[in-house]
Write a protein that binds this ligand. Structure first.
Ligand SMILES: [Zn+2]
Length: 440
């Protein structure tokens, strides 16, 4: 036993994939945690410290995953009205249910179900856009998972605000309220260029500059959006947003399925980040984003699940596995978006996309101890030639065994400690009955 004190020591980890700039990989190493942060990492570190110890034989350690785009509370609409044309799905299912039921209670319950699934599958930071984000903030502060939270701002009345100005005012209050909250990173969320006027988009951008928060927006998701924006403003979505000056290093663009070649250059020049949501884009038949091209031209790309109504899960391992295979197949090139790049999207690049890369996204001394341990001692993950490809192509979210956020163990032996599974199932059924009653 060593002489230095630690809060938690993870020992004998088969592989530590740090995901740092050199993709440093440690075989048979330890991670030492104190005051919520990683204080030491490497081989034979355990002998230098004393403290609570967890032996991690048969496991791969990775940085906690970053889900760069979701609508957490939409878990309550998971699977509702699937396989319909987009217009029917939205107008006959999603919007009526949201219009009738979205409230603090709905968002609280939906978010708890989402957080259960996210923790269970290794996500430790997620980017949210929805309504009643105060409910999301309450849930994540209590449970201890990180969230970059933005209220959806639209030009028409929403469950949270009658006007876009009210949505912006609420966001400013939210930013001030949560400035010192270790789990809540406030952001501003103008919904999209076809649902927000240039005036709304610019006002929101001013807030993102003034308070230095992320500007979280959907851009170029569908062909419908591109043609609508073209008709209205004579420009494509990225060109339009650039012309009104709202593209910057604080801008996180969800989807970005349809940037033109020239627009990819604009994104790179302005430092815009992209949240790639391949499964949502496939299920809603939106299209395939030019992710390899964006990465090649220097655009930072993270991965997002989107809401579960359009995915229908929050499993980041599944999402990067889909991404890696999708772009290979589409380009008929098996070297495109390799497993290392796919894992970077879920970790370091995701952290960069939300501008939290100084504190999360890699396993390095000084960063928050947000750590995922994947149980690879299972037949379907054996034999193990390469830990990166094994995680991306063979593992599933359910193979996540242990999740640590800020040095606190949230999942152990595949059990989510801070949440009661049976209670969540009851709440899901409670809302299902209410939502189904609309159709009756
Ligand atoms: Zn979305």
């Amino acid at each position: 036993m060593g002489v230095k004190s630690a809060d938690l020591i993870l020992t004998d980890i088969d592989y530590i994939l740090t995901m740092d700039d050199n993709l440093t990989e440690i075989q048979g190493g330890d991670i030492v945690i104190k005051d919520g942060k990683i204080v030491d990492i490497g081989k034979d570190k355990k002998n230098e410290y004393f403290g609570k110890t967890v032996v991690c034989r048969g496991k791969i350690a990775l940085p906690g995953f970053v889900n760069t785009h979701t609508h957490a509370a939409m878990t309550l609409l998971r699977g509702y009205g699937s396989d319909n044309p987009l217009k029917v799905w939205l107008e006959e299912y999603i919007w009526p249910a949201e219009g009738k039921f979205v409230s603090y209670e709905f968002v609280k319950d939906g978010t708890e179900i989402a957080v259960y699934e996210m923790l269970r599958t290794g996500t430790t930071t997620f980017v949210d856009m929805y309504f009643f984000e105060n409910a999301v903030a309450d849930v994540i502060s209590e449970i201890g998972i990180r969230g970059v939270l933005s209220t959806g701002i639209l030009d028409f009345p929403t469950p949270g605000a009658k006007t876009p100005d009210e949505g912006i005012e609420r966001t400013v209050e939210f930013i001030k309220e949560h400035r010192d909250n270790p789990f809540v990173y406030p952001a501003i969320g103008p919904h999209a260029p076809y649902t927000c006027s240039p005036e709304t988009l610019k006002k929101a951008f001013k807030v993102s500059q003034e308070y230095d928060v992320l500007y979280h927006i959907h851009i170029a998701e569908t062909e419908f959006e591109v043609s609508t924006v073209k008709e209205k403003y004579g420009k494509t979505p990225v060109e339009h947003l650039d012309s009104i000056g709202v593209l910057s290093e604080r801008t996180l663009a969800a989807h970005m399925v349809y940037p033109s070649d020239r627009e990819i250059d604009i994104l790179a020049e302005r430092g815009v980040k992209v949240a790639h949501c391949p499964e949502s884009n496939l299920k809603l038949a939106s299209g395939i984003a030019p992710v390899p091209e964006m990465i090649e031209r220097g655009v930072t790309v993270g991965v997002g699940t989107d809401g579960t109504a359009s995915n229908d899960d929050l499993d980041i391992i599944g999402e990067i596995s889909t991404a890696a295979k999708l772009h290979k197949g589409y380009r008929k090139n098996p070297t495109v978006l390799n497993a290392r790049e796919a894992l970077l999207m879920a970790t370091r690049w995701g952290a960069e996309a939300v501008r939290l890369d100084s504190v999360i996204g890699t396993l390095e001394t000084g960063k928050f101890a947000d750590i995922v341990l994947i149980d690879v001692s299972q037949p379907h993950l054996s034999p193990l030639y390469d830990p990166y490809t094994q995680v991306v192509y063979s593992a599933r979210g359910s193979d996540v065994d242990t999740v640590i956020v800020g040095g606190e163990i949230k999942v152990l032996n595949k059990k989510v400690i801070p949440l009661d599974r049976d209670y969540l199932l009851d709440r899901a059924n409670y809302w299902k009955e209410k939502i189904e009653s609309i159709k009756k």
